[in-house]
Design a protein around this ligand. Structure first.
Ligand code: SF4
Length: 482
C-alpha cells in the first residue's frame, strides 16, 4: 500500500464532509467502547492483568534475540521452517517463492496487518496468483479494492447498503432477485462463495497474534473460524508476522489473550483461538504438509533501544482507535497507511519515516484516553510528543506554528516577561469572550475556530489566581491566630 500519510490534513478534511462515513463512524462509540467498559467492570483483576501483560512484553522485547532463536528451534523441531525477512521486499519474495515451489495458483488468506504493511496481496497477484481474503470484513474491502480502515474491524467505514451493492456486483452467478437485507444473508452468501475458494487453494496464509517461544506455536484469534480453514485445508500454510509478536510461554500467551479480547471487542475470550505447531504429523487427520513462518522485521529492530521501543508492546487490540476522538471523527483511511489512530500515529513514522508520516502525531488532542485504555500501557501521548519534536527538528512544521512555538519557548524561559504579557492578554480575551465565555474567531487559531468556538480564559493567569489564593490563606491563618 502506497502511503498518503503526508496528505493527512486533506484526507481528514474530506472525511469530515463524507456523510456516509460520518454515519458509520458514529456506531463505533456505542459498540466497542461500551463493550470494553462492561468487560473491564466484570473482571476485578483487569488492571493487574494489564500490568502483567506489560511486564511480559517488556521482558520479551528486552531478550528478543534469545526468544526468537528458541522459537526458531522449536518450529524446526516440529517440522516447520522459519524464514527471516529484513524488509517488506524480502518477505514478499520469500512468500512468492514458497507459493511457486508449491505450484500454487490460488491462495486463501486470513486477516493480517503485517501482510497489509508489506503489500503482500499486490506482490502475489503480480506473480499471477489468485488471492482471496477469508475474513468477512477483509473480503468486503478486497472486493472494493480498499485498504482496511481499522485494525480489527477492517470494513467499519461501510454501511450495509454498500456491502449489499458490492455483493450484487461481484456475485453475478447468484439470482439477481435474492434477498440480502439481513446480515445473516450476507454472511451466508460470503460463506458459500468462500467455501469453494477454501477447497481450491494450494496455500493458506495467516498472520499471528502471538508466537510462543516455548513450543514454537503461532496463535491466531478470530470470531469467524476462517483462520482455521485457511491454515488447515491447503497443502501449505504460511504464517507471516512481525518479530515483536513473540511471548516466552503458553502461560504468558494466556495472560495476553485475556486482555486482548476484552480490550478489542469486550469479549471474555475471542470465539476461536487456534495454535499451530509445525506441519501435519503422521496420524494427524488433517493439517498442511508444509509449515512456514516468515518473520518480518521491516524497521522494528531500529526501534529497539530508542524512545519508541515501548511501541513494540502493541498487541493490535484497536482499543486506542475506538477511544480516540480524532480517529472517531475522520476514520482510518485519513491516516494514509496501514495503521490508523493513536497507535498508527506512533508506529507509522517509526516504520516509514517522519518525512512521510510526521503529520500523524499532530492528530491528537492529548486527552490521554488511548493510554488509559491500552492493555499493555503504551505511553502513546508521550511518544507522539517525541515525534512532534522530531518533525519540528526535521523542518516539517509549518512557518506559523514554528513562529508560535519559538515565541512560546522564549516567554517560557523568561517568566517575568511572560507575566507582563500574559496578564493583559488573558484579560482582553476574557472580555472578548463576553457573557458566553466563548470566542468564535481568533487570529492564528482559525484551525480551531473554523469548526467550533474556543472557550475564553477566565480573565486571570493561573499564577495570578495562585497568588491570590495564597494571600487569602495567609489572611485566614493570621485571623485564626488572633
Ligand atoms: S497501542 Fe495499545 S490500545 Fe492501541 S492497538 Fe496497541 S495494544 Fe491496543
Amino acid at each position: 500500500m502506497k502511503p498518503t500519510s503526508h496528505h493527512f490534513k486533506e484526507n481528514a478534511a474530506r472525511a469530515l464532509t463524507d456523510v456516509q462515513l460520518q454515519r458509520a463512524l458514529g456506531n463505533i462509540g456505542e459498540g466497542f467502547v461500551n463493550k470494553r467498559a462492561s468487560a473491564r467492570d466484570a473482571l476485578p483483576e483487569f488492571d493487574a492483568l494489564r500490568d502483567r501483560a506489560k511486564a511480559i512484553k517488556d521482558h520479551t522485547i528486552e531478550h528478543l534475540d534469545l526468544y526468537l532463536e528458541e522459537y526458531e528451534r522449536k518450529v524446526t523441531e516440529a517440522g516447520g521452517q522459519v524464514h527471516w525477512a529484513a524488509t517488506a521486499k524480502d518477505a514478499n519474495e520469500i512468500i512468492t517463492w514458497i507459493c511457486r515451489d508449491a505450484a500454487a495458483l490460488s491462495v486463501t488468506k486470513g486477516k493480517s496487518m503485517v501482510a497489509e504493511e508489506i503489500g503482500l496481496n499486490e506482490a502475489l497477484e503480480g506473480a499471477g496468483l489468485e488471492v482471496v481474503e477469508t475474513d468477512l470484513g477483509e473480503y468486503i474491502i478486497q472486493n472494493r479494492h480498499e485498504p482496511p480502515s481499522h485494525i480489527i474491524a477492517p470494513a467499519v467505514h461501510l454501511n450495509k447498503d454498500q456491502v449489499i451493492a458490492d455483493f450484487r456486483a461481484k456475485h453475478t452467478h447468484l439470482p439477481a432477485d435474492r434477498q440480502l437485507d439481513e446480515p445473516s444473508a450476507l454472511v451466508g452468501e460470503a460463506r458459500s462463495v468462500l467455501r469453494e475458494k477454501f477447497l481450491r487453494a494450494e496455500v493458506g496464509i495467516t498472520g499471528a497474534n502471538f508466537l510462543v517461544a516455548e513450543t514454537g506455536s503461532s496463535v491466531i484469534v478470530t470470531n469467524e473460524g476462517n483462520g482455521d480453514l485457511t491454515q488447515l485445508l491447503p497443502r501449505v500454510h504460511i504464517v507471516v508476522t512481525s518479530i515483536e509478536k513473540l511471548v516466552p510461554t503458553l502461560e504468558d500467551m494466556n495472560t495476553l489473550l485475556r486482555v486482548l479480547a476484552r480490550s478489542a471487542t469486550g469479549q471474555d475470550i475471542t470465539a476461536y483461538t487456534t495454535l499451530s505447531t509445525g506441519a501435519r504429523r503422521r496420524g494427524d487427520p488433517d493439517g498442511p504438509e508444509q509449515f512456514h513462518v516468515v518473520l518480518v522485521d521491516n524497521g522494528r529492530t531500529d526501534m529497539l533501544g530508542t524512545v519508541f521501543q515501548d511501541m513494540l508492546r502493541c498487541i493490535r487490540c484497536g482499543a486506542c482507535l475506538n477511544h480516540c476522538p480524532i480517529y472517531n471523527a475522520v476514520g482510518g483511511h485519513a491516516y494514509g497507511w496501514v495503521y490508523p489512530g493513536p497507535m498508527g500515529a506512533v508506529l507509522t513514522p517509526s516504520l516509514i519515516g517522519v518525512q512521510e508520516a510526521g503529520h500523524l502525531p499532530n492528530a491528537s488532542t492529548f486527552c490521554g484516553r488511548c493510554e488509559e485504555v491500552c492493555p499493555v500501557r503504551i505511553p502513546l501521548p508521550k511518544m507522539m510528543r517525541h515525534w512532534r519534536e522530531r518533525e519540528y527538528d526535521a523542518g516539517g512544521t509549518g512557518l506559523l506554528p514554528r513562529i508560535a512555538l519559538k515565541s512560546w519557548a522564549f516567554f517560557a524561559r523568561h517568566p517575568r516577561l511572560y507575566r507582563l504579557f500574559a496578564g493583559p492578554a488573558i484579560a482582553a480575551l476574557a472580555r472578548l469572550g463576553g457573557k458566553r465565555g466563548r470566542l468564535s474567531w481568533l487570529p492564528l487559531a482559525g484551525g480551531w475556530t473554523a469548526h467550533r468556538d474556543l472557550p475564553a480564559p477566565s480573565g486571570q493567569t493561573f499564577q495570578a489566581r495562585w497568588r491570590a489564593h495564597q494571600r487569602a490563606q495567609r489572611k485566614r491563618r493570621v485571623r485564626g491566630k488572633r
